[in-house]
Design a protein around this ligand. Structure first.
Ligand SMILES: Cc1ncc(COP(=O)(O)O)c(C=O)c1O
Length: 379
C-alpha cells in the first residue's frame, strides 16, 4: 500500500465488539478474564492497551520497523532506548541534539555510568574518531534542531553495522513521510509524537521503532517494567493525527520553502538555515536522503536588530517552544528549547540570542509572511 493508505489504515480495524470504524479509546486499566486462566490476550493496561497497540502497529508500518512502542513523551521513548546500554558503555552523540536529550544524557544518565561524546556527526570521520572500545551506540538527529545540519544516515548506519554499534535516529523533524532511517540501515528510530506525528499541539508523546527483534523484545520489556506508556486518549489523538500526516507534511513543506525563500531576501536577516535552499551546504544530501525539506527554518538576525522587539511584535505566530503543529510557532532556542545546553557549547554552535527558529504551520502562507514582515519592520 502507499504511504497515505498506510497512514490511514495500518493498525486500524473495525472494532470487533461494535464495528466502529475508528479505533475506540479503551479507557480501562484492566480486563475481565472469561474464566480462571482464560483471558482474551489482555491482562493489564500498562502492559497492553488496544488503542495504544493500534498506534504502535501503525507507527511500525510507517517507519518500516518490525515493532514500535508508544511512550508518555519523546524523552521517555529516548530514555527507554538508552536502557539497551549498561554502565560503562559509551555513546557518540550529535553535538546539536535537542536540549532535553542533551540534559537527559549529561545530567541523568552520566550518573548511571553511561559516557557520551558530542561531535559534529555531519562529518563521518568525526564519528569514527570518537569511537572507543566501549562505544555501543551512535545517536543522531538529522536535520539538527535548531542549526539544521544534516548527517548522512546511510553512511553512519553502515559504519555502525561494521563496528557492531546500535544506530539511533531521532526522526521527529521530517517524519517517515519524508525520511525513513530504517530503510537507510539504521537500527532504531525515535520520535517526539508531540510534534508532526500528532500535529495539532494537543498531546505529549513519544515512540521508538525498532528494526531488530532483540531490541524490540527489550524495549517492550522495559516499557512494561518502567511503565512510561502513552495513555489511551493520547494514543487515539496521535493515531488520528497520523491520518492527515501526508496532507500536513506536504503543506508544511510547501509553506516552509516559500517562507525560507522570502526570509533570504530580507535586509535585517544575516543567514537562513533551511536544507531546502540550494545555498544550504548540505542541500544535495537533504535531497538524496529525504523526499522533502519540511517546515522547520532557523534564521539569524543581523547585529543591531532588536531581537526582543521582533518577538514581541509577532501577532499571528505564537512565541512558543515545540514545533510541528498546524499553527506557526516561533522561538528563541538559546533561552527556550536549548537553555540547558551549556553557554560555551551554544556559542560554539552559533546558538546565539539572534537565532530564531520557526515551525511553519498550515495557515495561508501570505499571512505568515505578513506577520514576519511587520515584526521585522518594527525590530
Ligand atoms: C527533536 C526532538 N526530539 C525529542 C524531543 C522530546 O520530546 P518530548 O517533548 O515529547 O518529550 C523534542 C522536543 O522538543 C525534539 O524537538
Amino acid at each position: 500500500m502507499g504511504f497515505s493508505t498506510d497512514a490511514i489504515h495500518a493498525g486500524v480495524r473495525p472494532d470487533p465488539a461494535t464495528g466502529a470504524v475508528m479505533t475506540p479509546i479503551y479507557q480501562t486499566s484492566t480486563y475481565a478474564y472469561e474464566g480462571l486462566g482464560r483471558g482474551k490476550g489482555y491482562d493489564y493496561a500498562r502492559t497492553i492497551n488496544p488503542t495504544r497497540s493500534a498506534l504502535e502497529e501503525n507507527l511500525a508500518k510507517l517507519e518500516g520497523g518490525m515493532a514500535a512502542y508508544a511512550f508518555a513523551s519523546g524523552m521517555s521513548a529516548i530514555h527507554t532506548v538508552m536502557t539497551l546500554l549498561k554502565t560503562g558503555d559509551h555513546v557518540v552523540v550529535g553535538n546539536n541534539v535537542y536540549g532535553g536529550t542533551y540534559r537527559l544524557f549529561a545530567r541523568v544518565l552520566e550518573d548511571f555510568g553511561l559516557r557520551f561524546s558530542y561531535v559534529d556527526t555531519s562529518v563521518l570521520k568525526n564519528v569514527e574518531s570518537a569511537l572507543r572500545p566501549e562505544t555501543r551506540m551512535v545517536y543522531i538527529e538529522t536535520p539538527t534542531n535548531p542549526i539544521m545540519t544534516l548527517t548522512d544516515i546511510e553512511a553512519t548506519a553502515a559504519l555502525c553495522r561494521k563496528r557492531k554499534l546500535i544506530s539511533v535516529v531521532d526522526n521527529t523533524f521530517l517524519t517517515p513521510f519524508f525520511q525513513r532511517p530504517l530503510a537507510l540501515g539504521a537500527d532504531i528510530v525515535v520520535h517526539s509524537t508531540t510534534k508532526y506525528l500528532n500535529g495539532h499541539s494537543d498531546s505529549v508523546g513519544g515512540a521508538a521503532i525498532l528494526a531488530r527483534p532483540e531490541h524490540a523484545e527489550r524495549i517492550k520489556f522495559v516499557q512494561n517494567s518502567a511503565g512510561a506508556i502513552l495513555s489511551p486518549f493520547d494514543s487515539w489523538l496521535v493515531l488520528r493525527g497520523i491520518k492527515t500526516l501526508p496532507l500536513r507534511m506536504r503543506a508544511h513543506d510547501a509553506a516552509g520553502r516559500e517562507v525560507a525563500r522570502w526570509l533570504v531576501g530580507q535586509s535585517k536577516i544575516e543567514r537562513v538555515l533551511y536544507p531546502g535552499l540550494p545555498a544550504h551546504p548540505q542541500h544535495d544530501l537533504a535531497s538524496r536522503q529525504a523526499s522533502g525539506f519540511g517546515g522547520m527554518i532557523s534564521f539569524v538576525l543581523k547585529a543591531g536588530v532588536d531581537v526582543t522587539r521582533f518577538f514581541d511584535s509577532l501577532r499571528l505566530c505564537a512565541i512558543a517552544e515545540s514545533l510541528g503543529g498546524i499553527e506557526t510557532l516561533v522561538c528563541q532556542p538559546s533561552t527556550m528549547t536549548h537553555a540547558s545546553v551549556p553557554e560555551e557549547d551554544r556559542r560554539r554552535l552559533g546558538l546565539t540570542d539572534s537565532l530564531v527558529r520557526i515551525s511553519v504551520g498550515c495557515e495561508d502562507v501570505q499571512d505568515i509572511v505578513a506577520d514576519l514582515a511587520q515584526a521585522l519592520a518594527r525590530a
